[in-house]
Write a protein that binds this ligand. Structure first.
Ligand code: NAG
Ligand code: NAG
Length: 302
């Protein structure tokens, strides 16, 4: 912490001296930005707050949440997922509000046997209603190194990114009466837990506790947001001004290049899409699927 503080002072001093003030946000720090809320003895913060390790043992998993609540933002976090035999384990990383009509934007990383692929599971819950799962295989080994997982959330759209590549978009379709998260501030959450009743091959492969404790690491948390403290007013500056630091706030649809990337992922790596699961929705697919399908999922391999 001391190091982080002196770094901030240094940046401010050099800005004063050079007489050209550039807004540099202090590097993220797990001590400063998050509270450990589960499995306190199973979380290790290292390198002065730069890296956080989550552990899962037979007795308990572990998790943390952001001190701040956010109303919209572009949130990045790097994860290195549980290596080796991670079957039955789930590392989750999501935004969520509170209450019975909560909103939630989810990434969940479902572990697997050594050498078998993880599943990147995503969902969007609006006003307490979810059932909007999409799943993907990663196109890289998510356990050998850190990769960046991002959530863009603004009043028009929600985009899930992996290393800058969009894998999923959930647009604001209030025009056809689909609730969209825009009034309830959310916290960032992450946890590592045992879900061997469903996570790996639908629950067929169980957690091998002889391999415990399991570890996932995260670092380089970066949030460009409108911060909102509990029950307080929105206090941070860049939201929703039109400066370049709030460009994320103005994205209302993916540009051509991003759309091509999204199609590439959906064509080659998507393994489940609720919007094509007619067995699950015998009375008709959810309304948003008509729009999503024509725009983006036309060539998806499902
Ligand atoms: C685990 O590997 C099996 C076999 O390749 C695969 O069917 C499954 O989708 C993989 N992922 C999970 C999380 O079950
Ligand atoms: C931001 O908006 C204001 C007023 O709408 C405009 O005058 C200004 O040029 C804009 N700035 C940028 C960087 O677009």
């Amino acid at each position: 912490m001391a190091a982080a503080k002196s770094l901030v002072v240094l940046i401010m001093l050099s800005a004063l001296l050079s007489n050209s003030f550039v807004l540099v946000l202090p590097a993220s720090n797990f001590y400063q930005d998050f509270d450990i809320i589960w499995g306190i003895d199973k979380v290790r913060i290292r390198n002065d707050g730069e890296v956080l390790n989550l552990y899962l043992g037979k007795d308990t998993g572990s998790g943390f949440q952001s001190k701040n609540e956010y109303l919209f933002g572009k949130i990045d976090m790097q994860f290195k997922l549980v290596p080796g035999n991670s079957a039955g384990t789930v590392t989750s990383y999501y935004l969520s509000s509170q209450g019975s009509t909560w909103d939630e934007i989810d990434f969940e990383f479902l572990g697997n046997l050594s050498g078998d692929p993880y599943i990147f599971h995503t969902n969007v819950i609006t006003q307490g209603k979810g059932d909007r799962e999409q799943q993907f295989y990663p196109w890289f080994d998510p356990t050998s190194d850190f990769h960046t997982y991002s959530i863009l959330w603004n009043p028009k759209t929600i985009v899930f990114y992996v290393d800058g590549t969009p894998i999923r978009e959930f647009k604001n379709l209030e025009s056809i009466n689909i609730p969209y998260p825009k009034n309830q501030p959310m916290r960032i959450h992450s946890s590592l837990w045992n879900a061997d009743d469903w996570a790996t091959r639908g629950g067929l492969v169980k957690t091998d506790w002889t391999k415990a404790p399991f570890t996932a690491s995260c670092r380089n948390f970066n949030a460009k947001t409108c911060i909102r403290y509990p029950a307080g007013p929105i206090i941070s500056a860049p939201c929703p001004s039109n400066s370049s630091s709030s460009a994320w706030m103005k994205i209302d649809e993916l540009d051509e290049t991003s759309r091509e990337k999204l199609k590439w992922v959906q064509k080659n790596y998507m393994i489940y899409n609720y919007c094509t699961d007619t067995k699950r929705f015998p009375k008709g697919l959810p309304l948003e699927c008509a729009v999503a399908t024509s725009a983006y999922v036309d060539s998806a391999r499902v």
